[in-house]
Write a protein that binds this ligand. Structure first.
Ligand code: SF4
Length: 298
């Protein structure tokens, strides 16, 4: 295809996943799958092996976006942990976004702990200064044993240290945590340790999801065999309450609006924390209706 030809669409491979807040972003798929691909609960990207995509596909995508996406001023770079791309790829991609899509205000992507660990402080600052303004991190749990059990990789201390480095660079952090991962016996500890990690990291946003065991995952198989037990709906609300109680953000949002949750919360911390705790107490007392199981989804 010549430089002047306009492609008739984006080049996507397999299922593409983005955060709900990126619904209106230009979706550029720069990597395939997830470089970690070991988390026991995760059913995403089973259809592809991790790879960095050929630049010619991205060049074509950028040409398409230049012609057809002039009203979209955000770019979300996929897939699962595009942040892992080496700096030479990021330098090229952010340079292309700046040149070809000058109206774009911010670029974001998913990250995991390893992908942050592999970037120096200078790299992080360069990325922020050149347009990468936020990352979405599946933090899942701040509890050491739970992190080991779900094969998340990295200790809570490493998680806290590297997330703090990221935040220092200016890159905003949206942390996703997963209720239910501690089963019944570690439920409260998982909540407390996750709250502790969030309080130390102090991200701009926390999004709490509730675990739904998937059949095509090791955790789902263990659940089917009765080797992994989930707290019941009120147990999940109790865990959420414990998480909220132990999460202290200097200024950030705390949400549980994902379809997997039994009770939506959309709050600003610290302002709304006491009100959220009161709502959760009401739910635990049976005075607030929880979402029925059939309405939950991923
Ligand atoms: S790092 Fe994220 S995308 Fe990769 S396996 Fe874990 S949960 Fe799934």
């Amino acid at each position: 295809m010549s430089e002047k030809e306009i492609p008739n669409g984006f080049h996507y491979v397999g299922n593409c996943i983005r955060p709900p807040s990126e619904a209106n972003s230009i979706l550029l798929q720069a990597t395939l799958g997830c470089s970690h691909s070991k988390c026991t609960f995760c059913g995403a990207y089973k259809d592809k092996r991790f790879a960095i995509k050929d630049r010619k596909h991205l060049e074509s995508d950028l040409r398409f976006a230049r012609h057809y996406c002039k009203r979209q001023d955000r770019v979300f770079v996929m897939d699962g942990d595009a942040f892992i791309m080496p700096m030479k790829h990021w330098k090229w991609l952010l340079g292309e976004i700046r040149d070809k899509l000058p109206w774009v205000r911010r670029t974001t992507c998913y990250a995991n702990l390893k992908s942050i660990m592999l970037k120096s402080d200078e790299d992080l600052k360069w990325l922020y200064d050149n347009g990468l303004k936020a990352v979405f991190l599946g933090l899942e749990s701040g509890h050491a044993q739970v992190r080991k059990d779900i094969r998340k990789g990295g200790t809570p201390e490493e998680l806290i240290h590297h997330c703090k480095r990221l935040r220092k660079s200016g890159i905003k952090l949206v942390s996703i945590v997963l209720l239910g991962l501690g089963q019944t016996h570690l439920s409260m500890e998982h909540a407390r340790e996750t709250g502790r990690a969030l309080s130390e990291i102090d991200p701009e946003a926390v999004s709490a999801l509730s675990l739904m065991p998937l059949r095509n995952t090791p955790l789902g198989e263990a659940y089917e065999k009765g080797e992994f037990d989930m707290p019941d709906p009120l147990g999940i609300i109790r865990e959420l309450r414990e998480l909220v109680e132990h999460t202290n953000l200097s200024r950030g949002s705390f949400r549980s609006v994902h379809a997997s949750n039994y009770l939506p919360i959309d709050a600003k911390f610290p302002r709304d924390k006491e009100a959220v705790l009161a709502t959760l107490d009401q739910a635990l007392a049976g005075n607030v209706q929880l979402k029925p199981e059939w309405m939950r989804g991923l």
